[in-house]
Ligand binder design. Structure first.
Ligand code: ADP
Ligand code: MG
Length: 469
């Protein structure tokens, strides 16, 4: 299969060739023809398999006809984090090199003035995080009534409790006749239910069952001690033990721990830096650039770096903490093993993490063997002394490459009550109070925490029909 058969224009085909793409990835091959026909699409494919071009290419095709008017963008892409929005803008620039398109990136943490100028010229493509987009709308700088295509990337994340009020507000401002494209690597069943309210008669293109980890990532779990200094010592042991570790992202669940682990690694001579949502945007971008260029080898990060970031050649993802939401595991480890490359991931898990580890195994359908860290004892042996360790001699490694079992879409999902305050996407930090002043001058970071607050998402008011997806 080549790109020629998908129905894209010659102009686009030459841009694809210039970008160095030889043939479409499975999600591109399957989603693009439907999107070109104007159908709504729900596209599900593993991390790092080219979902971005699966929506940017058909968007380009549509944008070849017609022109944007001032403050009335023609297409809109919503992303959960600023860095991901900026990355999608860059990939749009590459793929749109033969088209004179006006792209507008609307993200928080940067000045409104430059963004306004671009909007005034008329944007063909708006790439935004929801908070800053709503800020522009509230300031009367933006009308969504001309939007022909709406893309929601990382769709399950954008429909969970933290983002849904904003996403609903935005969708109500876009004409019903729009085309809507949703993409993600994960789609928990309870979020799937919501998808149907945003898409009109969609084609579901599923390259792999949702929550399938990229097959190019080798996964391991090391049992960790509970005490933080010991756990940090284990992290150092693990890093030192990986001869092929060239660079890596170390994920922590809490921003506070991101800082602590980063400082500790640097103190012990590692070339590390941190990335989380409480940092100013300039530092966030600078750190990410330094990591991309290889100036920094270890990026200690919150889940703000978990979704979508496409950094080639990340050799390792290290989970210092077990993620509480199982799908975050898929996204975190998906920062390595991208575009067919291989990658490794190691997760430190204490015994107290067992239920989260089980949820991950259940969701991914993969049972990952535990190995004892130097300072930890064996996790699964401690829980199930006979069943798991039968036949093993003392000291024999329990490590193995994971065996893929077919993941079940119906696996019980972990509780989904993630709020803006809990998560580190473009949300306010609970540490700074989370109250959003009127007018939201600072964009997302000053947005009010929506527990449910003063906005009741419409989906909560809808009766649940048993037997539907
Ligand atoms: P996803 O959104 O599925 O996680 P991305 O869209 O970020 O994945 O793409 C991952 C990487 O694969 C990017 O570096 C992108 O340039 C590259 N890529 C995308 N499509 C192709 C293709 N058809 N051939 C080769 N590389 C591709
Ligand atoms: Mg993506």
């Amino acid at each position: 299969m080549s790109f020629d058969t998908l129905g894209l224009s010659d102009n686009i085909l030459s841009a694809i060739a210039a970008a160095g793409f030889e043939k479409p990835t499975p999600i591109q091959e399957q989603a693009i023809p439907h999107a070109l026909k104007g159908r709504d699409v729900l596209g599900i494919a593993q991390t790092g398999t080219g979902k971005t071009a699966a929506f940017t290419l058909p968007m380009l095709n549509r944008l070849e006809k017609g022109r944007a008017r001032a403050r009335m963008p023609r297409t809109l892409i919503l992303e959960p984090t600023r860095e991901l929005a900026a990355q999608v803008e860059q990939s749009f620039e590459i793929i749109g090199q033969n088209h004179k398109l006006n792209l507008a990136l609307l993200i928080g943490g940067v000045s409104f003035a430059d963004q306004n100028k671009i909007l005034d010229r008329g944007a063909d493509v708006l790439i935004a995080t929801p908070g800053r987009l709503l800020d522009h709308i509230e300031r009367g700088k933006l009308l969504l009534t001309g939007v022909e295509i709406l893309v929601i990337d990382e769709a399950d994340r954008m429909l969970d409790m933290g983002f849904i009020p904003d996403v609903e507000r935005i969708c109500k401002l876009i004409p019903f006749t729009r085309q809507t494209l949703f993409f993600s690597a994960t789609m928990p069943t309870e979020i799937q239910r919501l998808v149907d309210t945003f898409l009109h008669n969609p084609v579901r293109v599923e390259v792999a069952p949702p929550a399938t980890a990229a097959s190019t990532v080798e996964q391991r779990i090391v049992t960790a001690p509970k005490e933080a200094p010991d756990k940090r010592a284990l992290l150092r042991d693990v890093i030192r033990g990986e001869a092929d570790l060239t660079n890596g992202i170390v994920f922590c669940n809490r921003k506070r721990d991101v800082d602590i682990v980063d400082k500790s690694l640097r103190k012990h001579g590692f070339n590390a830096a941190c990335l989380h949502g409480d940092m100013d945007q300039r530092s966030r971008m600078k750190t990410l650039d330094q990591f991309k260029s290889g100036e920094i080898a270890l990026l200690v990060a919150s889940d703000v770096a978990a979704r979508g970031l496409d950094i080639p050649n990340v050799s390792h993802v290290l989970n210092y903490d077990v993620p509480i939401h199982a799908e975050d595991y898929i996204h975190r480890i998906g920062r390595t093993g991208r575009a067919g490359r291989s990658g490794k991931t190691i997760m430190l898990a204490t015994r107290a993490d067992k239920k989260y580890v089980d949820a991950i195994s259940q969701m991914t359908g993969i049972s990952i063997a535990h190995e004892a860290g130097k300072t930890g004892d064996k996790f699964d042996n401690a829980e199930k002394p006979r069943a798991k360790s039968a036949g093993k001699r003392p000291g024999q490694s329990n490590q193995r490459k994971v065996a893929s079992a077919p993941p079940s879409i119906d696996a019980p999902a972990p509780p989904r009550n993630r709020t803006k305050a809990e998560s580190d996407s473009e949300y306010p930090s609970p540490d700074i109070g989370g109250k959003r002043p009127r007018g939201r001058p600072d964009g997302e970071n000053s947005r009010k925490v929506v527990g449910l607050g003063d906005h009741m998402p419409a989906f909560l008011a809808r009766p649940v029909r048993p037997g539907t997806k």
